[in-house]
Design a protein around this ligand. Sequence first.
Ligand code: PLP
Length: 370
Amino acid sequence: MENKNITVTSPLLPPLEEFIPYLKDIWERKWLTNNGNYHEELENALCEYLKVPYISLFTNGTLPLMVALQALRITGEVITTPYSFVATTHSLWWNGIKPVFVDIDPLTCNLDPDKIEAAITPQTTAIMPVHVYGTPCDTLRIQEIADKYGLKVIYDAAHAFGVEIQGESVLKAGDMSTLSFHATKVYNTIEGGALVCHDEQTKKRIDYLKNFGFAGETTIVAPGINGKMDEIRSAYGLLGLKHVDEAIDRRHQIATCYRDRLIGEKGISFISDVQGVRHNYSYFPIFIDAGEYGMTRDELYFKMKEKGVLGRRYFYPLISTFSTYRGLPSAASANLPVATRKAGEIICLPMHPNLLDSDVERILSIIENR
Ligand SMILES: Cc1ncc(COP(=O)(O)O)c(C=O)c1O
């Protein structure tokens, strides 16, 4: 059907009939949340799939960011990127931490390691980078800087489910990494998320923090919050794991098709490939150079929209421009020239496993026939 809207994303939904037996089982057990069987099973299955030793499930991808900061007792100032989803910076604000924005690398759109050191002050306690679009940050350089200044590193890996570099999970970098399993992500539990850490004691502390601080029937060891994932979504997540590889394969095919066709288009560029990466193809971002392409990003975005193709200007506007943050000295656009330019050029094309070849063709012909 020519006129149906093509959405930027569409959830990976497992076949309904495969989910019913899980629901029947949950109804029989009458155990809905608080470390149920499926919760336990999903944590174990995700450790195996993601090749990491410790994972704590959460009810969304924002709470693990907030809890990671609590678990590591981060205070003062944290260096972060303005080119992300707003939850990254909000997690700092909710912990009473001052975000310090540092510009991004034009090739990957990730925090630029060359610019981090100049932003460190005596109040800096951590760095919070984001693996934007699932492209790994320069984790080695960032760790070198963190070690030199005694800083913690918390990666917002919301986009980086299953991403590996030289056969190693990118989630192993830094002190902790967070994941989002929101419905729009490569892998989803409808709403959901996780916090990845590297030792048993830290995992225990995270588990206390996500359950009000309870360390026993009558013992509260920290001002915890309620971040628990329930049994229904844990079961859904277990089932989703069986289908996620197929979904990533389809995303790969679509990304290849987009890239092969658009590579010769004047004024369109992509994120640079990082050597040795197993990507998850979570997004397909393109950047429009208006002078070369002959049309501004917004003109193309609205033309696509008019024709029923819903791209997303992700990430635009920059977090540093929102009212909560724009008064910070580091939020000035003169401090963030690359991020400011990229935010004005970006469109994420529709990318999800339910896209048909004919959808991809329709999207490409709008971009090609300007
Ligand atoms: C980079 C980034 N961080 C954090 C989040 C927050 O995750 P959630 O929506 O699961 O709370 C998202 C979700 O869109 C995200 O893209």
